[in-house]
Design a protein around this ligand. Structure first.
Ligand code: ARG
Ligand code: ZN
Length: 507
């Protein structure tokens, strides 16, 4: 589902034209069928996603043949999509091992693989505005070991496998339109040997037992960005907790570590109440934590079930809890409201950092967590490093590059993004700031949006034209003055990249 204006009209027209008769080619607007582009032209990841269609739903079924965490899995995915141009050909993103059979609307389709592009030529062209079905069956994918310095993807551990797809790895697990601008609903069915547990995003629909296997089916009925898919399969156990505000809670951990890990996840219940109080209704039906025994070096906001590694869960509560709050706040900022381009990732990380720090302060662990007395001191320090951060990593809403993972998930996106929110709050005051935050997550629930949408909304809600102010903060190569703090100064940027002192915070 891509959230663009006027789509409804285009669909309606195409349906009307299409209904004239199957014999007449139905080229809306007179354009003949052409290939969909191989990428969506994302500034940082140009080949992620594909042009010419908009996915509505994924029906994914993956089979885990044995109790072997390193094994190759086989999958079947049925994608329901809407053609947004007359398509002679189109791509999916796929980086797995092999592809079995591809069908479009039931007919076998030719395909080729070019890098991570699966190029599909349907037997008949697909008219603009028409819904179509692609089924990729009998594909295979093999998990990798986690490596703390690179993105992860489909990952193996002693206990089983899980997903850490952000930002560009989910298509190593399943053929998809792997870009957060195309959110869709998902049904995920996982077949594994009896005794293993399989958990995915969304709510549990059924468990069906057959010849030594169980197929566990989950439904995520709220739009999900492919980067945030979760499928954890292995020797895990699931613990349900009492619901919070009607939101079901379940945690998933390795069976052999359950006694140690489960009690530490309990805090998520009070954190949910805290976040709902700050920004409003929780956007999904359930929540929980998944802890995996590996060294990922990050936590990840996989939708409805945040992902953590055991090394984080071994750290003191004053570190673990604020990071858990960070991931929880992503359910509103990043998951439910997704970035429509990767350059807008500050929206997710800046907001998550904002609430993480606010929570650390309100729960009295700020000093221990950041080694600074309070948020004001913290932001003053980030402010001082503003020019250096912009020089090393690019402006907040225009990260320099995406060669390695840390270029995109860089300190200027996290701390710098939170600092933009601090500046905004200084400018409009606490009351309007809260109204902007609440409106943002309410208005854009289930949608992909970008930096300009935030700037426009902040202006509309506050009744002030904040475009010049926020654009300087978001796109400027130097740090603007901080409203209300004329005494705050910015250190000169050094020629050589220096690690930001603001990241003295435990991570
Ligand atoms: N979005 C994650 C967080 O804020 C960070 C993930 C960075 N690494 C990655 N491979 N996506 O906690
Ligand atoms: Zn984050």
């Amino acid at each position: 589902m891509r959230t663009q204006p006027k789509k409804g009209l285009a669909v309606l027209l195409a349906v009307l034209v299409g209904s004239v008769g199957a014999a007449a080619p139905a080229y809306a607007g007179g354009a003949g069928p052409t290939p969909g582009s191989a990428g969506l032209g994302d500034r940082l990841y140009p080949l992620l996603g594909n042009g010419g269609y908009d996915v509505q739903n994924y029906d994914l079924h993956v089979t885990y043949p044995e109790k072997d965490p390193k094994q190759t899995v086989t999958g079947d995915v049925t994608i329901t999509a809407l053609a947004t141009q007359n398509l002679s050909r189109f791509n999916l993103d796929f980086g797995g091992d092999s592809v079995g059979v591809v069908r479009v609307n039931g007919d076998r389709a030719e395909f080729t693989r070019q890098g991570d592009e699966l190029v599909i030529t349907p037997r008949r062209h697909l008219p603009k505005g028409q819904r179509f079905r692609v089924r990729v069956s009998g594909y295979t994918a093999t998990p990798i070991e986690a490596n703390a310095s690179s993105p992860a993807g489909f990952v193996t551990t002693t206990d089983g496998t899980f997903m850490a797809g952000q930002p560009d790895q989910s298509h190593n697990y399943f053929p998809s339109n792997d870009h957060p601008s195309d959110m869709a609903t998902y049904t995920i069915a996982l077949t594994a040997p009896v005794g293993w547990l399989a958990v995915a995003n969304g709510t549990h629909v059924s468990d069906k037992r057959d010849h030594g296997y169980v197929t566990s089916t989950y439904r995520e009925a709220k739009p999900l960005a492919s980067e945030l898919i979760q499928a954890a399969v292995g020797d895990f156990v699931l613990q349900k907790r009492p619901p919070v505000n009607g939101i079901a809670i379940r945690d998933v951990v390795p069976r052999r570590l359950a006694d140690d890990l489960l009690p530490k996840a309990e805090v998520e219940r009070s954190q949910l109440t805290w976040m709902i109080d700050k920004v409003g209704k929780y956007p999904f039906e359930n929540y929980g934590s998944l802890v995996v025994d590996t060294r990922l070096g990050f936590a990840l906001e996989t939708q409805t079930i945040s992902l953590y590694d055991t090394s984080l869960f071994a750290r003191p509560k004053y570190i673990l809890d604020p990071i858990m709050l960070h991931e929880l706040s992503h359910m509103w900022f990043g998951d439910s409201v997704a970035p429509s381009e990767w350059s807008s990732v500050w929206q997710s990380e800046g907001h998550a950092t904002w609430y993480e720090l606010e929570y650390a302060e309100e729960t009295g662990v700020f000093q221990q967590y950041t080694r600074m007395p309070n948020r004001e001191a913290y932001f003053k320090q980030v402010y001082a490093e503003g020019d250096q951060l912009r020089k090393d990593y690019g402006p907040v809403a225009r990260p320099l590059k995406a060669d390695v993972i840390w270029d995109v998930f860089n300190p200027n996106v996290y701390d710098g993004g939170a600092l933009v929110l601090y500046a905004l709050r200084q400018k409009v005051g606490e009351r309007d700031f809260q109204r902007i935050e609440r409106e943002w997550v309410k208005l854009n629930r289930g949608k992909s949006v970008d930096t300009h949408d935030f700037v426009n909304l902040a202006s509309a809600v506050s009744g002030k034209n904040l475009r010049p102010f926020l654009n300087d903060w978001l796109y400027g190569t130097t740090t603007p003055p901080m409203p209300g703090h004329p005494d705050w100064t910015v250190d000169p940027a050094e020629a050589a990249a220096a690690p930001a002192a603001a990241t003295a915070r435990h991570r």
